[in-house]
Design a protein around this ligand. Structure first.
Ligand code: ADP
Ligand code: ADP
Length: 224
Protein backbone atom coordinates (compact mmCIF):
# COMPACT_ATOMS: atom_id res chain seq x y z
CA UNK A 1 0.00 0.00 0.00
CA UNK A 2 1.57 3.25 -1.15
CA UNK A 3 2.17 6.29 1.03
CA UNK A 4 4.29 9.39 0.67
CA UNK A 5 5.14 11.42 3.71
CA UNK A 6 6.97 14.70 4.18
CA UNK A 7 7.73 15.48 7.79
CA UNK A 8 9.14 18.88 8.65
CA UNK A 9 11.13 18.98 5.41
CA UNK A 10 13.43 21.88 4.63
CA UNK A 11 15.52 22.58 1.59
CA UNK A 12 17.67 25.28 0.01
CA UNK A 13 19.40 25.07 -3.37
CA UNK A 14 22.66 26.44 -2.06
CA UNK A 15 24.13 25.75 1.32
CA UNK A 16 23.50 28.59 3.74
CA UNK A 17 20.96 30.32 1.49
CA UNK A 18 17.42 31.16 2.45
CA UNK A 19 15.31 28.03 2.52
CA UNK A 20 12.93 27.36 -0.37
CA UNK A 21 11.00 24.93 1.81
CA UNK A 22 10.82 25.06 5.57
CA UNK A 23 9.00 22.72 7.90
CA UNK A 24 6.88 21.23 5.14
CA UNK A 25 4.73 18.28 6.21
CA UNK A 26 2.09 16.35 4.34
CA UNK A 27 0.87 12.83 3.72
CA UNK A 28 -0.45 11.33 0.50
CA UNK A 29 -2.01 7.89 0.58
CA UNK A 30 -2.64 5.26 -2.02
CA UNK A 31 -5.19 6.21 -4.61
CA UNK A 32 -5.33 9.89 -3.75
CA UNK A 33 -5.37 12.63 -6.33
CA UNK A 34 -3.78 15.71 -4.79
CA UNK A 35 -3.22 19.04 -6.52
CA UNK A 36 -0.58 21.53 -5.50
CA UNK A 37 -1.19 25.16 -6.30
CA UNK A 38 0.69 28.31 -5.38
CA UNK A 39 2.49 31.33 -6.81
CA UNK A 40 5.38 30.97 -9.26
CA UNK A 41 8.61 30.33 -7.47
CA UNK A 42 6.96 29.11 -4.29
CA UNK A 43 8.67 25.72 -4.47
CA UNK A 44 6.13 23.42 -6.12
CA UNK A 45 8.51 21.88 -8.65
CA UNK A 46 11.13 21.60 -5.95
CA UNK A 47 8.86 19.22 -4.04
CA UNK A 48 8.95 16.83 -7.02
CA UNK A 49 12.73 17.06 -7.24
CA UNK A 50 12.92 16.01 -3.60
CA UNK A 51 10.47 13.14 -4.07
CA UNK A 52 12.41 11.78 -7.03
CA UNK A 53 15.75 12.27 -5.32
CA UNK A 54 17.03 14.71 -7.96
CA UNK A 55 17.71 17.08 -5.04
CA UNK A 56 18.41 16.21 -1.42
CA UNK A 57 16.44 17.80 1.38
CA UNK A 58 18.48 19.41 4.12
CA UNK A 59 16.22 18.67 7.07
CA UNK A 60 13.26 16.56 8.09
CA UNK A 61 12.13 13.28 6.64
CA UNK A 62 10.77 12.05 3.32
CA UNK A 63 9.37 8.55 3.41
CA UNK A 64 7.83 6.38 0.74
CA UNK A 65 5.87 3.42 2.06
CA UNK A 66 7.26 4.28 5.47
CA UNK A 67 10.85 3.89 4.28
CA UNK A 68 13.20 6.81 4.43
CA UNK A 69 15.93 5.49 2.15
CA UNK A 70 15.92 3.75 -1.18
CA UNK A 71 15.64 4.57 -4.83
CA UNK A 72 12.73 6.93 -4.80
CA UNK A 73 12.86 7.57 -8.54
CA UNK A 74 12.06 3.91 -9.18
CA UNK A 75 8.65 4.25 -7.60
CA UNK A 76 7.28 7.14 -9.56
CA UNK A 77 6.33 8.34 -13.01
CA UNK A 78 7.67 11.89 -13.20
CA UNK A 79 6.71 14.46 -15.78
CA UNK A 80 8.77 17.61 -15.28
CA UNK A 81 7.90 20.88 -17.01
CA UNK A 82 10.87 20.48 -19.31
CA UNK A 83 10.13 17.49 -21.50
CA UNK A 84 12.41 14.48 -21.31
CA UNK A 85 11.64 13.13 -24.77
CA UNK A 86 14.64 11.58 -26.47
CA UNK A 87 15.42 13.75 -29.50
CA UNK A 88 16.93 10.89 -31.50
CA UNK A 89 13.77 8.78 -31.24
CA UNK A 90 10.51 9.30 -33.10
CA UNK A 91 7.29 10.13 -31.30
CA UNK A 92 6.23 6.53 -31.58
CA UNK A 93 9.53 5.20 -30.25
CA UNK A 94 9.43 7.67 -27.37
CA UNK A 95 5.87 6.92 -26.33
CA UNK A 96 5.94 3.15 -26.87
CA UNK A 97 9.15 2.53 -24.95
CA UNK A 98 7.57 2.31 -21.47
CA UNK A 99 5.10 -0.30 -22.69
CA UNK A 100 7.91 -2.32 -24.29
CA UNK A 101 9.90 -2.10 -21.06
CA UNK A 102 6.88 -3.58 -19.28
CA UNK A 103 6.96 -6.49 -21.68
CA UNK A 104 4.53 -5.56 -24.44
CA UNK A 105 5.56 -6.63 -27.91
CA UNK A 106 6.68 -3.89 -30.25
CA UNK A 107 3.57 -4.34 -32.36
CA UNK A 108 1.15 -4.17 -29.43
CA UNK A 109 2.90 -1.21 -27.84
CA UNK A 110 2.92 0.73 -31.10
CA UNK A 111 -0.68 -0.08 -31.91
CA UNK A 112 -1.78 1.16 -28.52
CA UNK A 113 0.25 4.35 -28.80
CA UNK A 114 -1.05 5.14 -32.28
CA UNK A 115 -4.59 4.74 -30.97
CA UNK A 116 -3.89 7.14 -28.12
CA UNK A 117 -2.18 9.62 -30.43
CA UNK A 118 -5.31 9.62 -32.61
CA UNK A 119 -7.49 10.09 -29.57
CA UNK A 120 -5.54 13.17 -28.49
CA UNK A 121 -5.36 15.01 -31.79
CA UNK A 122 -1.91 13.75 -32.77
CA UNK A 123 -2.87 11.69 -35.77
CA UNK A 124 -0.01 11.29 -38.20
CA UNK A 125 2.82 12.50 -35.96
CA UNK A 126 4.13 9.07 -34.95
CA UNK A 127 7.14 9.15 -37.26
CA UNK A 128 8.15 12.73 -36.54
CA UNK A 129 10.94 13.69 -34.15
CA UNK A 130 10.36 15.82 -31.03
CA UNK A 131 12.13 18.79 -32.65
CA UNK A 132 9.43 18.85 -35.37
CA UNK A 133 6.64 19.35 -32.83
CA UNK A 134 5.03 22.29 -31.06
CA UNK A 135 5.27 22.69 -27.29
CA UNK A 136 1.70 21.49 -26.84
CA UNK A 137 2.35 18.36 -28.91
CA UNK A 138 5.48 17.51 -26.97
CA UNK A 139 3.57 18.04 -23.75
CA UNK A 140 0.87 15.57 -24.79
CA UNK A 141 3.46 12.98 -25.75
CA UNK A 142 5.44 13.40 -22.53
CA UNK A 143 2.21 13.04 -20.62
CA UNK A 144 1.26 9.83 -22.44
CA UNK A 145 4.69 8.43 -21.89
CA UNK A 146 4.54 9.15 -18.17
CA UNK A 147 1.10 7.63 -17.69
CA UNK A 148 2.04 4.57 -19.75
CA UNK A 149 5.11 4.04 -17.57
CA UNK A 150 3.05 1.69 -15.43
CA UNK A 151 4.00 3.54 -12.23
CA UNK A 152 1.18 3.68 -9.77
CA UNK A 153 2.44 7.01 -8.52
CA UNK A 154 2.49 9.98 -10.86
CA UNK A 155 4.14 13.36 -10.32
CA UNK A 156 2.77 15.71 -12.97
CA UNK A 157 4.19 19.23 -13.16
CA UNK A 158 1.72 21.42 -15.05
CA UNK A 159 1.13 18.68 -17.62
CA UNK A 160 -1.58 20.54 -19.53
CA UNK A 161 -0.29 24.12 -19.41
CA UNK A 162 0.27 24.38 -23.17
CA UNK A 163 -2.98 22.72 -24.30
CA UNK A 164 -6.14 24.24 -25.71
CA UNK A 165 -9.27 23.80 -23.61
CA UNK A 166 -10.77 20.93 -25.62
CA UNK A 167 -7.62 18.81 -25.78
CA UNK A 168 -7.03 19.54 -22.13
CA UNK A 169 -10.47 18.25 -21.20
CA UNK A 170 -9.92 15.04 -23.18
CA UNK A 171 -6.62 14.44 -21.41
CA UNK A 172 -8.04 15.29 -17.98
CA UNK A 173 -10.80 12.77 -18.48
CA UNK A 174 -8.42 10.11 -19.70
CA UNK A 175 -6.22 10.76 -16.67
CA UNK A 176 -9.21 10.33 -14.36
CA UNK A 177 -10.08 7.06 -16.13
CA UNK A 178 -6.55 5.76 -15.71
CA UNK A 179 -6.48 6.95 -12.09
CA UNK A 180 -9.60 4.95 -11.27
CA UNK A 181 -8.59 1.93 -13.26
CA UNK A 182 -5.10 1.53 -11.78
CA UNK A 183 -5.79 3.12 -8.36
CA UNK A 184 -3.04 5.62 -9.05
CA UNK A 185 -1.71 8.08 -6.52
CA UNK A 186 -1.29 11.42 -8.25
CA UNK A 187 0.41 14.67 -7.29
CA UNK A 188 -0.54 17.32 -9.76
CA UNK A 189 0.98 20.80 -9.94
CA UNK A 190 -1.17 23.41 -11.63
CA UNK A 191 -1.71 27.17 -11.78
CA UNK A 192 -5.34 26.62 -12.54
CA UNK A 193 -7.62 26.53 -9.51
CA UNK A 194 -10.57 25.25 -11.55
CA UNK A 195 -8.44 22.40 -12.83
CA UNK A 196 -7.41 21.50 -9.29
CA UNK A 197 -11.02 21.54 -8.13
CA UNK A 198 -12.14 19.45 -11.07
CA UNK A 199 -9.48 16.77 -10.74
CA UNK A 200 -8.46 16.29 -7.16
CA UNK A 201 -9.65 15.02 -3.81
CA UNK A 202 -7.45 17.41 -1.91
CA UNK A 203 -5.55 20.56 -2.73
CA UNK A 204 -2.34 21.78 -1.12
CA UNK A 205 -2.04 25.54 -1.41
CA UNK A 206 1.26 27.32 -0.93
CA UNK A 207 0.68 30.62 0.77
CA UNK A 208 3.37 33.25 1.08
CA UNK A 209 1.75 35.54 3.62
CA UNK A 210 2.33 35.94 6.48
CA UNK A 211 4.75 33.00 6.27
CA UNK A 212 5.21 30.48 3.54
CA UNK A 213 3.37 27.30 4.36
CA UNK A 214 1.03 24.68 3.02
CA UNK A 215 -2.67 25.09 3.62
CA UNK A 216 -4.68 22.00 2.93
CA UNK A 217 -8.16 22.02 1.45
CA UNK A 218 -10.44 19.07 1.02
CA UNK A 219 -12.53 19.46 -2.09
CA UNK A 220 -16.05 19.40 -0.66
CA UNK A 221 -18.12 18.26 -3.60
CA UNK A 222 -15.78 15.84 -5.27
CA UNK A 223 -15.87 15.06 -8.92
CA UNK A 224 -19.07 15.43 -10.92
P1 ADP B 1 7.48 26.72 -8.54
O1 ADP B 1 7.47 25.35 -9.11
O2 ADP B 1 6.51 26.91 -7.42
O3 ADP B 1 7.36 27.80 -9.56
P2 ADP B 1 10.27 26.11 -8.00
O4 ADP B 1 10.22 24.94 -7.10
O5 ADP B 1 10.59 25.89 -9.44
O6 ADP B 1 8.90 26.94 -7.84
O7 ADP B 1 11.33 27.15 -7.44
C1 ADP B 1 11.33 27.61 -6.09
C2 ADP B 1 12.45 28.61 -5.92
O8 ADP B 1 13.69 27.96 -6.11
C3 ADP B 1 12.43 29.76 -6.91
O9 ADP B 1 12.79 30.93 -6.24
C4 ADP B 1 13.46 29.38 -7.92
O10 ADP B 1 14.04 30.53 -8.49
C5 ADP B 1 14.47 28.60 -7.10
N1 ADP B 1 15.17 27.56 -7.90
C6 ADP B 1 14.58 26.61 -8.65
N2 ADP B 1 15.50 25.80 -9.22
C7 ADP B 1 16.69 26.24 -8.80
C8 ADP B 1 18.05 25.82 -9.03
N3 ADP B 1 18.33 24.76 -9.79
N4 ADP B 1 19.02 26.53 -8.43
C9 ADP B 1 18.76 27.58 -7.63
N5 ADP B 1 17.51 28.03 -7.38
C10 ADP B 1 16.50 27.38 -7.95
P1 ADP C 1 -6.95 1.85 -22.38
O1 ADP C 1 -6.10 3.08 -22.57
O2 ADP C 1 -7.69 1.48 -23.63
O3 ADP C 1 -7.82 1.95 -21.13
P2 ADP C 1 -5.59 -0.16 -20.85
O4 ADP C 1 -5.45 0.83 -19.73
O5 ADP C 1 -6.57 -1.28 -20.72
O6 ADP C 1 -5.93 0.64 -22.19
O7 ADP C 1 -4.17 -0.77 -21.22
C1 ADP C 1 -3.59 -1.73 -20.43
C2 ADP C 1 -2.07 -1.49 -20.41
O8 ADP C 1 -1.81 -0.30 -19.69
C3 ADP C 1 -1.31 -2.57 -19.71
O9 ADP C 1 -0.70 -3.40 -20.66
C4 ADP C 1 -0.24 -1.86 -18.89
O10 ADP C 1 1.04 -2.06 -19.41
C5 ADP C 1 -0.53 -0.40 -19.06
N1 ADP C 1 -0.58 0.40 -17.83
C6 ADP C 1 -0.68 1.74 -17.83
N2 ADP C 1 -0.69 2.22 -16.60
C7 ADP C 1 -0.56 1.18 -15.75
C8 ADP C 1 -0.49 1.02 -14.32
N3 ADP C 1 -0.52 2.08 -13.51
N4 ADP C 1 -0.40 -0.21 -13.80
C9 ADP C 1 -0.34 -1.26 -14.60
N5 ADP C 1 -0.40 -1.20 -15.94
C10 ADP C 1 -0.51 0.01 -16.53
Amino acid sequence: KFSLEFEDVSFSYHHGEKAILEGLSFLVNEGEFVSIIGPSGSGKSTIFKLITGLEDHSGGKIAINGEVYGNRLGHVGYMPQQDLLMPWRTVLENAALPLEIQGATKTDARERVVKLLDQFGLKGVENKYPSDLSGGMKQRISFLRTVLSGSNVLLLDEPFSALDAITRLAMQEWLLDQWEKWKLSILFITHDVDEALFLSDRIFIFTEQPVRKFVEVTVPLGRP
